[in-house]
Unconditional design. Structure first.
Length: 107
């Protein structure tokens, strides 16, 4: 696993990244940075932790609002693997939590 330095809302982070996953990680970081910047630039929220929570909620809502046809298509391509995708997402969330926890401050 590689380490990649990224910047979110002007703060640098070192994140673990599987080989070949740099583009996907870059896209995820860009989405988070864009969402957090939009909330900050709106001027109503100043605390970084609150900005991070609102950005996470906005991104989760956008993901949940996507057409549900993608889930059956993925299940058909890899029958029974939807649970595996959920486990992968849980593992990713734990890695992000661990990385942020070591930093000592939330975004």
């Amino acid at each position: 696993m590689k380490q990649q330095e990224v910047t979110i809302l002007g703060q640098s982070y070192i994140l673990g990244c599987p080989d070949g996953g740099e583009a996907l990680l870059g896209a995820a970081v860009a989405s988070v940075d864009r969402e957090m910047s939009a909330i900050r630039d709106a001027g109503k929220v100043k605390a970084r932790e609150r900005i991070a929570v609102l950005a996470a909620l906005n991104l989760a809502y956008q993901l949940a609002d996507r057409p549900q046809r993608a889930i059956p298509a993925a299940a058909a391509a890899r029958p029974g693997d939807v649970q595996g995708e959920s486990a992968d997402l849980d593992a990713l969330i734990r890695r992000v939590d661990a990385a942020l926890g070591d930093d000592g401050q939330l975004l």
